[in-house]
Design a protein around this ligand. Structure first.
Ligand SMILES: NC(=O)c1ccc[n+]([C@@H]2O[C@H](COP(=O)([O-])OP(=O)(O)OC[C@H]3O[C@@H](n4cnc5c(N)ncnc54)[C@H](O)[C@@H]3O)[C@@H](O)[C@H]2O)c1
Length: 243
């Protein structure tokens, strides 16, 4: 019960890593408010695992701020935020093209969800964490933000931006007792297609492998860790551009 009595806000919680993180935080005693733009899936999944939830489009600052206010009013504090909402715009917006051929709306979707939203989340909670003198802000990057990706300059730049955001939040939070970390996964089995992605280990990560790292970083066991990026990628980054 590492998270007993803590309040966690998880974006992108209706699916994939956000969903499993919500479930495991809840099982370890946290008050979890699951946030997602997909109202139907969110209601179904939050009901299934017994968590609180709120439909939020993370591209809208007011909706994030309202969710933070709701959680704080209801549970008294904001201890953990994890920004999972996101994805590669080329895939999510069904473009299937390199960034230089994608519609501007798709590029903007990626910037808004992958980069602007975690910045918004940080803006909404740092004042509270400063006051509390505690808290953890987790940003979910990608191995592409570390290695770059020729056709995926948009996604790579957005995820690399989260490493800079995390460093800055680490510096900002250190004297106040709140922390920030970034986790940059290689391919993760949140969908079947990921099993075709190559890594030196010859497989993609199980969802649980990444979520366990996130939970560790959110816990007091990681009290001395801040402002840093954790790569979890089966060796892909150290193989350079070969994978
Ligand atoms: N799956 C991978 O292989 C992998 C690898 C590296 C990084 N990542 C990153 O991890 C994160 C989670 O990935 P996943 O595969 O678990 O995701 P997923 O696609 O299973 O879930 C993403 C969730 O975000 C929600 N979402 C999308 N737009 C939103 C918005 N505007 N407001 C609120 N919610 C919104 C979706 O409805 C969905 O429930 C993403 O940021 C992704 O870029 C994933």
């Amino acid at each position: 019960m590492r998270f007993s009595g803590k309040t966690a806000l998880i974006t992108g919680a209706a699916s994939g890593m956000g969903l499993l993180t919500s479930q495991l935080l809840h099982e370890e005693g946290a008050h979890v408010v699951m946030l997602d733009v997909n109202a139907e899936a969110l209601k179904e999944q939050a009901g299934r695992i017994g968590c609180d939830s709120k439909t939020v489009d993370v591209r809208n600052y007011n909706e994030i701020e309202d969710a933070v206010a709701y959680a704080r009013e209801r549970y008294g504090s904001i201890n953990i935020t994890v920004s999972y909402a996101g994805g590669n715009a080329s895939r999510v917006c069904k473009e299937g093209k390199p960034f230089y051929k994608m519609a501007l709306e798709s590029l903007d979707w990626g910037i808004d969800v992958n980069f602007r939203a975690p910045l918004y989340m940080a803006r909404a909670v740092v004042g509270i964490m400063m006051e509390q003198k505690s808290g953890v802000i987790v940003n979910i990057g990608s191995i592409d933000g570390v290695t770059g990706g020729a056709g995926g300059a948009d996604y790579s730049a957005e995820k690399a931006g989260l490493i800079g955001l995390t460093k800055s939040l680490g510096l900002l939070g250190a004297p106040y007792g709140f922390r920030s970390v970034c986790v940059s996964p290689g391919p993760v089995m949140t969908r079947e297609a990921m099993k075709n992605m190559r890594t030196p280990m010859g497989r993609a990560a199980e969802v649980r492998e990444v979520v366990d790292l996130v939970l560790y970083l959110c816990s007091d066991q990681a009290a001395f860790i801040t402002g840093t990026n954790y790569i979890i990628d089966g060796g892909r980054a150290c193989a350079g551009g070969l994978y």
